[in-house]
Design a protein around this ligand. Structure first.
Ligand SMILES: Cc1ncc(COP(=O)(O)O)c(C=O)c1O
Length: 439
């Protein structure tokens, strides 16, 4: 599939050469052969926007077009694997569509949704007023608005590697730079505050925490988060805390960064959503909330100014926020029990296959699995070969900023055990099979 093209050079007899970008991330050059050939070109700022979780799907769709089946384990959407949102949340949105005003809402969000988020955050221990909340189309839009309001070209934000790839993608688009701090698998994927501090430079504006993290399913302990908050305070950095998985922990959840920062001089913006916890990723309902907003009044105003341009986030879904945060939570225990069972299944399957290893995930529904590949392929080559030979689609670790040579891949373990069992049988067979000749 062709994803884009840009003029590359001039070819024989002065003809324009076009570089065509394919979905596989390969590139080929073609020559314009007739007069007046003019391609409409995208801006150069899109060229660096990579989002591996979706990009890899191109290869899977090609396989399906040739009549072969694909088992998709690449996207963290509970509904895609048969989970359903809780009935009271569905009912609130459906009733809103039938009976309430669902036109353009205030650009900062529906009043009752902001009040519910503020009450929820205050109950967590981070005193928050409705005015400290901005409702967004998922945590993704919150990330986009916040980073756009924050960084200039050439600025830097410290982001975890491996970590969720949307942040570096947005930064690239803005002409800013993600500086990666390492999460160490030998330390349960913990960051090192010393290393984080060593990366702070003149242009560093913010420190991103993703806790629990995607793709590792790991939790950063509160002691480490406190140290990171205090270094951010000392070095004048904004802390962006992505906590979309905080309620999906198999044991004790981490303390919210906003709670740990309360009363300190750290400026924290927390990003949350209903996408994962309430299994409604397609509703696009999330928010950002400011802690110690007095330390960033201009930033808060800038974010609101940007938000006014997109009019509002989806209105019907915002009516579901109060029931979601204040209503019955038994569904969450059921969901957690189900995914924990799958986590256990994945852990024992991984340890039963020679050449695979994994730090046991403590939250969410992702496992970052390491392959000791005798063929020493890069992670992306491994993932494409696995797809080609078994139909199993996972995402290569370097799509999340991991070193491609360590050969990790992320597997979404939301499918039931029958599907996961078949996936691991195929994986084991693939690893045992003599190397087929590969491109
Ligand atoms: C860590 C993390 N943050 C944010 C998001 C985006 O979620 P939302 O649907 O709220 O935009 C995801 C989605 O997978 C994620 O894994």
């Amino acid at each position: 599939m062709i994803e884009g093209a840009r003029p590359a050079a001039h070819g024989p007899s002065g003809k324009r050469v076009w570089r065509v970008v394919l979905s596989s991330e390969d590139e080929v050059d073609i020559y314009s052969t007739f007069k007046g050939f003019r391609m409409i070109r995208p801006s150069s700022r899109t060229a660096q926007f990579h989002y591996a979780i979706r990009n890899i799907v191109g290869a899977a769709e090609e396989r399906e077009r040739s009549g072969l089946a694909v088992t998709y384990l690449n996207i963290g959407d509970p509904q895609a694997y048969g989970f359903r949102p809780p009935a009271h949340v569905i009912e609130a949105a459906a009733r809103a569509v039938r009976e309430r005003f669902t036109g353009y809402e205030h650009s900062s969000g529906l009043r009752e949704a902001k009040e519910a988020v503020a009450a929820y955050a205050t109950a967590l221990g981070a005193r928050t007023a409705p005015g400290d909340v901005l409702m967004t189309a998922g945590a993704s839009e919150a990330a986009d608005l916040l980073l756009t309001a924050l960084v200039e070209e050439g600025d830097e934000v410290l982001v975890p590697a491996p970590g969720y790839p949307l942040y570096p993608a947005i930064l690239n688009r803005l002409g800013a730079r993600a500086r990666y701090y390492a999460l160490d698998p030998r330390a349960g994927w913990l960051p090192s505050p010393e290393e984080v501090e060593s990366l702070v430079g003149e242009r560093t504006r913010a420190l991103l925490l993703i806790n629990p993290n995607n793709p590792t399913g790991s939790i950063t302990d509160d002691g480490t988060t406190r140290r990171l908050l205090s270094l951010a305070e000392r070095r004048g950095l904004l802390v962006i805390s992505d906590e979309v998985y905080r309620e999906l922990c198999f044991g004790e959840p981490p303390a919210p960064a906003s709670l740990l920062a309360a009363g300190s001089g750290a400026a924290v913006v927390t990003l949350e959503s209903l996408s994962k916890t309430h299994m409604v990723p397609g509703w696009r309902v999330g928010w950002m909330r400011f802690t110690n907003a007095h330390l960033m009044p201009e930033l808060v105003r800038a974010v609101h100014r940007l938000a006014s341009g997109r009019l509002c986030s989806p209105t019907p879904a915002q009516y579901a926020v109060r029931p979601a945060l204040e209503g019955d939570r038994a569904f969450l225990e059921d969901f957690l029990r189900e995914i924990r069972r799958r986590r256990d299944f994945v852990s024992s399957s991984v340890s039963g296959i020679e050449g695979l290893s994994c730090v046991e995930p403590a939250a969410a529904f992702y496992a970052m699995i390491r392959v000791d590949d005798p063929e020493r392929r890069t992670d992306e080559r491994f993932v494409l070969d696995l797809l080609g030979e078994t139909g199993v689609l996972v995402v290569h670790g370097s799509g999340f900023g991991a070193d491609p040579a360590t050969c990790h891949f992320r597997l979404v373990y939301l499918p039931d055990e029958a599907v996961l069992g078949s996936v691991f049988r195929r994986l084991a067979g693939f690893l045992r099979a003599p190397a087929a000749p590969r491109r």
